[in-house]
Design a protein around this ligand. Sequence first.
Ligand SMILES: [Zn+2]
Length: 446
Amino acid sequence: MTADTITAADIRINARWLIPIEPEAVVLDNQAVIIQGNRIAAVVSQQEADRRFRTRETVDLPSHALMPGLINLHGHAAMSLFRGMADDLPLMSWLNDHIWPAEGAFISEAFIADGTQLAMAEMLRTGTTTFSDMYFFPEIAAQCAHDAGMRAQIAFPLLDFPTPWGTGPEDYLGKGEAFIRDWQDDPYITPAIGPHAPYTVSDAPLKRAIQLSADTGAPIQIHLHETEFEVNEATEKLGQRPVARMAELGLLGPNTQCVHMTQVNDADLETVTTSGAHVIHCPESNLKLASGLCPVQKLMDAGVNVAIGTDGAASNNDLDLFGELRTAAMIAKVVSGDAAALSAHAALTMATLSGARALGRDHELGSLVAGKLADIIAVDLSDPFLQPVYDPISHLVYSNHGRAVSHSWINGVPQLQDGRLTRIDVADLMLRVDGWKERIRNQQAQ
Ligand SMILES: [Zn+2]
């Protein structure tokens, strides 16, 4: 027997449990993950790691489950500053009477920077390592994520009407094209195109968005079939359901992410499935705004890739993706009348590998496999509310919340250590958030 060659590497993480996501539904005991640079060099038993690797740093996690970082595929990060400002309202009055007027009054570069940092602090604390954003001043959100070392798909907004970021479709598309050009080679940022919804963007700008996506490879993310009202109104006005209209325009394809999809008839299902478009499920926002429920299991059975998102903190009201998974798993069972629908492992896959697939990056994100990027989280299962542990996968979905996340790495860089953020100055951020709260509260009181 020949001795193993000893390889030098950067970080070794020893974990009690490891859930690689690939292969499916597997829990491995007493594993080590070896990180070299920004990638996973190996996932091996701790004995094998002793024989084969010498690392400059070792992190021991004796009561923790290690898994790939979560991917939150839909949100409006800076809206965290509107958290709890207007609750218990249906979508249209929530948007028309509260959110859009507040956005008109407050959205600025400084608002986006502070709100995005607040959202990132919450997401990092609760296990998210990649998020998708669709909001104003995308160049500011992209800079914030890049500076914090967090992975993000940042979609520039496209609407028919003026907003604080632009005067109309021409302006948005011009700025958006420059935004894509500026950020498309960044290691952390994927620039994307964010037409708000079929009812806020007309055919001509949608066609230009499709062309821009074809020219640059930038993904498209759109709110689609969020409510029954949206579908009925479109059918009355245009004689067509929005999914049919989007398909006819050529918007649906493997580089498109359809957010919500609470209304899915047989024709919609067929259209979405054959197009290869992805569906982003946002169950808590759908519940809170009484929008409806996405038939997740039915979509998955048809072969549609379904990922998960929290939506903005103004309609959720948190960005804890573990909490979102629990909600998703619970309501999938009621919607399909089957307690086996969206199993705990399927839910974890939805928040990791399926999210990576929706981004077109499942070859390098979404599972703990040698060669993939080192985006990793650890969840401490030693708390009484997570004891006893028969099956860590069950706990992560049904008993956990994101606050049990203790460590994370993105691109091999530590982001969370024993529950403390390494790259965001939380005390300073809280002062700025408090300043916004005072200003927004004074305006609301007028
Ligand atoms: Zn949304």
